[in-house]
Design a protein around this ligand. Structure first.
Ligand code: 5AD
Ligand code: SF4
Length: 459
């Protein structure tokens, strides 16, 4: 590669989960420290970071086609006196297929894994000398110590508290791409949360691949879990809402898990929402997935959350067409869905991930069978989401205003149950992004609700 002038502008393209969004923001902050600024809208960036996801199919192919597009755009820019962008591949595809990317895509200068991106500045120095740089090491917590203080502004903020996974579900790449479970220290998290609130955050979403496995020591040196962290965060003035995602059922039936369930009845700022993936309703499939819970133990956990917080909104993840899944086993999944009555869910066709045990299991399911099951499941889940929204009509709640709606005359925000709620801008006292507005949930749609600002309603 030719030596090149250091980049002045960047663009980060994040795919996949919320943790990638968080990582993307942190990389941006790191570049900001070096005086590299976001490329203005519509302009080519000097440095493009593809922050990739590897959880389901076609992710890697997508990266190669994105790289191809960038090279083409770079050639056009060169013809007009501009330059090729420096291309960095980050995230889980970088971790899983770093060497392959370097071989197949000569245009890529940097490959950096999710645990190594704090070393991006050194890698940029190398790239400026015309060298290519790869870093997919996994040093525990080193990244967080090395990153600059948060700069994120806005009413809602992500905060990674725990990363990695030791669960090894047989279909999943995360234990390989994100590494072993590590928890960030309590003090660092409180300090980061305080900075986010100072910068305007009203809501903090605690993130972790197994967020409820977070463990640490509080300021008095006592062992504590996610509930202890939430109780302390709730004392931060100005912070109005706390959420967390994603949880694993295996970490709910412990003392720390029980404390977390109880926290839903004790901490007003903890929102009534739980994302607890079940993946399948069949005990045989769950065992083959190495999920470490049964359909029944999952339902018992859900019942405990409902006892602690009766109005809690439930969300989950499902995989259809896991190797060997029969029609009868799929129907067991539908039975769990019927029993839980979810507020919102994510559901996927099983996708064989290279290197995972399930990818070489017998009984891989035909794509058309998977498609048909997914369709039936999603129809049922969509009905439940609509029913949940309809059951909310008539309630009053606060909405945290996040942005202007699709129609510029509307504000859009979230209810405590994570529903999208919109209301007219010209109603009541002028609201602004970050305001907590009291609304009456007036009309339900399948994926959102219309609110009426309470102060404008007749008493
Ligand atoms: N195929 C399909 N879905 C998957 N997920 C994880 N791995 C796979 C896979 N190989 C889904 C699970 C998980 C969510 C983040 O992605 O439902 O909870
Ligand atoms: Fe993947 Fe299972 Fe770990 Fe979730 S718990 S990240 S699905 S291995």
């Amino acid at each position: 590669m030719e030596p090149s002038a250091p980049p002045r502008t960047y663009r980060v393209k994040s795919f996949g989960c919320q943790m990638n969004v968080y990582d993307g923001e942190r990389m941006a902050e790191l570049l900001g420290e070096r005086g590299i600024t976001p490329a203005p809208e519509g302009e080519e960036a000097d440095l493009v970071i593809l922050n990739t996801c590897h959880i389901r199919e076609k992710a890697a192919e997508k990266v190669y086609s994105d790289i191809g597009r960038l090279v083409l755009a770079g050639k056009q820019a060169e013809a007009q006196g501009g330059r090729q962008p420096l291309i960095a591949v980050a995230g889980c595809v970088a971790q899983a297929e770093g060497e392959e990317i370097m071989k197949r895509a000569p245009a890529v200068s940097i490959v950096v894994g999710p645990q190594a991106y704090h070393r991006l500045p050194e890698m940029l120095d190398k790239a400026a000398k015309g060298e290519r740089a790869t870093d997919t090491d996994m040093p525990a917590n080193a990244k967080f110590d090395a990153l600059p203080a948060r700069r994120k502004r806005g009413p809602t903020a992500f905060l990674t508290v725990q990363e990695g996974c030791d669960k090894f579900c047989t279909y999943c790449v995360v234990p390989y791409t994100r590494g072993a479970e590590i928890s960030r220290p309590f003090r660092d998290l409180i300090a980061e949360a305080e900075r986010l609130v100072e910068a305007g955050a009203k809501e903090i979403m605690l993130l972790g691949q197994n967020v409820n496995a977070w463990a640490g020591e509080d300021t008095k040196g006592r062992r504590t879990g996610l509930a202890g962290l939430i109780h302390t965060l709730a004392r931060i003035d100005g912070l109005e809402r706390i959420r967390y995602t994603t949880s694993h059922p295996g970490d709910m039936d412990t003392d720390q898990g029980r404390a977390l369930i109880a926290a839903h009845g004790e901490v007003d700022k903890l929102m009534p929402y739980l994302h607890l993936p079940v993946q399948s309703g069949s005990d045989r499939v769950l065992k083959a997935m190495n999920r470490q819970h049964t359909a029944d133990s999952y339902l018992k956990i859900i019942a405990k959350f409902r006892a602690a917080r009766p109005d809690i909104a439930l969300a989950g993840d499902f995989i259809v067409g896991f190797p060997g899944e029969t029609e009868a086993e799929f129907e067991e999944t539908l039975r769990v869905v019927d029993e839980v009555r979810y507020a919102a869910c994510f559901s996927f066709k099983y996708s064989p991930r290279p290197g995972t045990p399930a990818a070489i299991m017998d009984g891989q399911i035909a794509p058309e069978v998977m498609a048909e099951r997914l369709q039936r499941l999603q129809t049922r889940l969509a009905e439940q989401q609509y029913a949940f929204n309809q059951a909310s009509v008539g309630k009053t709640c606060t909405v945290l205003v996040e942005r202007t709606g699709r129609d510029p005359g509307q504000w859009l925000g979230k209810s405590p149950w994570l529903q999208s709620v919109w209301f007219a801008k010209d109603e009541g006292a002028p609201a602004a992004i970050g305001d907590m507005v009291e609304v009456l949930l007036a009309v339900a749609g399948p994926v959102s609700l219309k609110g009426l600002v309470c102060e404008t309603l007749p008493a």
